[in-house]
Design a protein around this ligand. Structure first.
Ligand code: AMP
Ligand code: MG
Length: 397
């Protein structure tokens, strides 16, 4: 049997980053910068007022105080957005708003709260320091400075900075496009009454959501029966849009294993047993050069194997610095047994520092997975573990 680590390496080795693309700012959120960003201009772009008030020569109002007001004629009114820059004559004031360009010659701004707010002759009752309440050009960003680094995740604040610098696009590592194919003749879509022996298809919507949650795109999520020709036809119909083909079902040891039957012969997809529970039957390889990962059909196995093998590989290929789920130790609240020789991933509920396994280990118990918030990882060498032991958990929150 192949180890979990070995299969993680195989899957990670299949998935390659897509070439960088320039995307409009809003579309770049959550992606990783492919290039450094150098500021094309300075911020602020011009000296401007930090307050609503009056632009003055600090020396003209040096003696102003609560009991010794200074009166100055108001020669100009400068709202934000005024594009000409007036010159302040000594012995006058300009009424000025926050963000408006500072008039040439002004050396400070007196906040409106320290004045009577007049528009003809203003009475000033405090003396500003030189430069007080003035935002200097370039004090935030100097043109030519590298302000963002390749490898950074684009956040709302990243977009704010890029927009402030007048950039319309950012060059990022694109999302991987994943084709999610569910197989099984027993599967029926929602809204269709079930015949005996049929079940509602659940892997498709679940894995498509997991793909999006990982930051990748879903190329399509079709479902096909256990028919090799129909399965191949489905792949052919969508493969051109996919960077990764992800299948579920049809890879175990029975008959009618459609994925194995369709992809096993070519030699480009290898089907293996991984020393893990759930999720033992796995496959990985290429179809016409496109990476293929074949997950088992049981919903719990499918999602746990996605977490263990596919999610980190997709995120590495998208440049994510946080490719892995956070892992930490927690104190087990109960005794557990685990199959020796296999790594077991149980569904768990993490509460502070304590973890409790949630539901039975078998791989069809979707109900428990739906309300778990972590995976509890028990090593290959463990066959029993007692309450109070520190165990490793993958935090899914
Ligand atoms: P398989 O690996 O195809 O033998 O499937 C294993 C188990 O998972 C069977 O009980 C299937 O009915 C079930 N299964 C496979 N694919 C899906 C799916 N897309 N949605 C729900 N159950 C599935
Ligand atoms: Mg099947």
């Amino acid at each position: 049997m192949r180890s979990v680590e070995e299969h993680r390496r195989v899957v990670a080795g299949l998935i390659n980053p897509r070439p960088p693309v320039a995307l409009p700012l809003a579309a770049a959120l959550g992606l990783v910068l492919a290039d450094d960003v150098v500021a094309p201009l300075s911020l602020p772009g011009f000296d401007n007022s930090a307050m609503d008030g009056y632009a003055v020569l600090a020396t003209d109002v040096a003696d102003a105080g609560q009991d010794s007001p200074v009166r100055l004629p108001v020669a100009e009114d400068i709202p934000a957005g005024r594009t000409d820059i007036p010159t302040l004559a000594a012995g006058t004031a300009h009424r000025i708003m926050t963000g408006a360009p500072l008039p040439a010659g002004a050396t400070a701004v007196v906040p409106v709260e320290a004045t009577d707010g007049a528009t003809d002759t203003v009475t000033i009752r405090s003396a500003p320091r030189e430069g007080q309440h003035v935002r200097r050009a370039g004090e935030d960003v100097t043109a030519g400075t590298t302000v963002l680094r390749a490898g950074q995740v684009v956040t709302p604040a990243t977009l704010g900075l890029a927009a402030a610098l007048g950039l319309g696009e950012l060059t990022v590592v694109p999302r991987q496009r994943v084709l999610v194919v569910s197989t099984g003749t027993e599967l029926v879509g929602p809204g269709v009454p079930l015949q005996p022996g049929q079940i509602y298809e659940s892997n498709g919507v679940m894995l498509a959501a997991a793909v999006r949650d990982a930051g990748a795109d879903v190329a399509a999520s079709p479902m096909t029966g256990d028919d090799v020709d129909a399965f191949r036809e489905t792949l052919r119909g969508h493969v051109a849009d996919a960077d990764l083909i992800l299948t579920t079902g049809g890879v175990s040891a029975g008959a009618y294993e459609v994925v194995k039957d369709a992809l096993g012969g070519s030699g480009d997809v290898e089907f293996v047993k991984v020393a893990m529970q759930p999720g033992m039957p796995q496959g990985a390889g290429r179809l016409d050069g496109v990476p293929v990962v074949t997950l088992p059909g049981n919903p719990v196995s499918a999602l746990v194997s996605f977490e263990v093998f596919v999610r980190p590989a997709l995120r590495v290929a998208m440049g994510r610095p946080d490719a892995e789920r956070p892992r930490r130790e927690a104190v087990l609240t109960e005794d557990l047994i685990s199959p020796r020789g296999k790594r077991q991933f149980r569904r768990g509920v993490l509460d502070g520092d304590a973890v409790t396994s949630y539901g039975p280990p078998a791989s069809h118990h979707l109900r428990w997975l739906a309300s778990a918030n972590c995976l509890l990882e028990l090593g290959e060498d463990v066959d029993s573990v007692n309450a109070g032991t520190r165990v490793q958990v993958w935090d899914l929150r």
